[in-house]
Write a protein that binds this ligand. Structure first.
Ligand code: GLU
Length: 281
């Protein structure tokens, strides 16, 4: 797999933890020579703090997982994301929506594969209500018609698999608060940075369907994907600040070496997998 460009794209909403270490190792180990990139996904100014970005970069450097290549920070590129949105609006692939979260929940008929409520299509059919702050949604039916149906993707180790973009319905591409969205920015940046192997956790496997649709709409190249298994917390869910993920800072302060912390992350992943195998078997 020589020559591949991969990325580790954390959102600085807390300190780096063992789950992040697995993602960074996965990206680095799949990259070709000089092909490992780090991107800071900090479009949400409320949840993403500069303090965490700095700590994250510092911990990555200490772990030996900070590449020499320049680091893209999404918060510095809002104008380019707005240009992409304009292109999609001009093609009538987006529409404004003023529904509140509660209104969506009340009228929704089900859940998308990522657990979000499927938008019932109110503003697509009737236009947005007056005087409400707006989000912009992708008209998924129109988008799929334009690209000729579900695109699928190539998953490392599995080959070509089917996508389920229709099951997401009309996803938000421009949020009320930030004016952009994860789906939009990640798809744009992966193309811009020439990422040809998207490496990330299994929790993001479902949303790949949406990203593939956007890639086709925008004429971006098709990357291959390699989703890695997750370290699970005691509650059986993805490790996070809330589920007691131990911050790398703390392990450093206890005197562990970078090599020991990397090994700890790999061991925690093995244990999680053994636990999952046991519970399904
Ligand atoms: N920024 C996302 C996160 O921290 C990951 C995005 C991706 O790898 O596609 O969950």
């Amino acid at each position: 797999m020589a020559g591949l460009l991969t990325r580790f794209a954390p959102s600085p909403t807390g300190y780096l933890h063992l789950g992040h270490v697995i993602s960074a190792l996965h990206a680095r180990d799949h990259a070709g020579p000089d092909g490992y990139r780090v991107r800071i996904e900090d479009i949400d100014p409320v949840r993403c703090l500069p303090l965490y970005t700095q700590a994250l970069l510092d911990d990555l450097a200490w772990l030996g997982l900070l590449p020499p290549a320049p680091i893209r920070r999404q918060s510095e590129h809002f104008p380019s994301y707005h240009l992409v949105l304009t292109r999609l609006k001009e093609r009538r692939l987006l529409y404004p929506c003023g529904c509140t979260r509660q209104e969506v929940a009340d009228a929704s008929h089900g859940y998308a594969p990522d657990g979000s409520r499927i938008y019932p299509g109110t503003c697509r059919d009737h236009g947005p209500p007056e005087g409400r702050p707006l989000v912009w949604r992708l008209d998924m039916g129109r988008a799929l018609a334009e690209i000729g149906g579900e695109p699928g993707w190539v998953e490392t180790g599995k080959g070509r698999i089917g996508s389920e973009a229709a099951a997401f319905g009309d996803v938000v591409l421009a949020r009320r608060d930030t004016g952009v969205s994860y789906h939009l920015c990640v798809t744009h940046d992966d193309a811009l940075e020439n990422i040809d192997l998207v490496t990330r956790g299994m929790d993001l496997f479902p949303v790949t369907s949406v990203h593939r649709v956007l890639q086709l709409l925008l004429g971006y190249p098709e990357p291959v994907y390699a989703h890695h298994p997750l370290i699970l917390g005691a509650d059986g869910r993805k490790l996070s600040k809330r589920t007691g993920a131990e911050a790398i800072r703390g392990l450093r302060a206890q005197g562990l070496s970078a090599r020991e912390v990397r090994a700890l992350a790999c061991r925690a992943l093995e244990e999680s997998q053994a636990q999952t195998d046991y519970s399904v078997g």
